[in-house]
Design a protein around this ligand. Sequence first.
Ligand code: 5GP
Ligand code: ZN
Length: 113
Amino acid sequence: MADCIFCAIAGHDIPTEAVYEDDKIICFHDLEPQAPVHVLVIPKKHISSLDAVTEEDRELMGYIMFKIHELAADLGLENGYRVVINNGEDAFQTVKHLHFHILGKRKLTWPPG
Ligand code: 5GP
Ligand code: ZN
């Protein structure tokens, strides 16, 4: 997808140090971390938001969930972590390519801001 920063990261057009990568997803550190551990997991396929997920993406979504807990373990988040999907304007989704934030290594308050 042209003009999508996360497609550029997924396609290595923007050099980014990957925490994890395979043919379906890439995980990398957030540019502005909100916790000692703050990584993003994105599908390499361009999906603009959670709202744009379709039946066709069922397997990919399940795969991402499974990989997230594997990555959390690899990142040493045994004491807990939060997974966030910001969807749409009210949630301040700033990058229009579906991404899952994984935040950890601090107490994460609830309700979120
Ligand atoms: P959103 O608000 O859309 O859920 O989150 C987008 C996240 O992407 C933000 O936390 C922001 O810091 C991060 N981000 C935006 N552009 C880049 C980038 O070019 N590289 C990295 N590593 N993170 C980015
Ligand atoms: Zn994209």
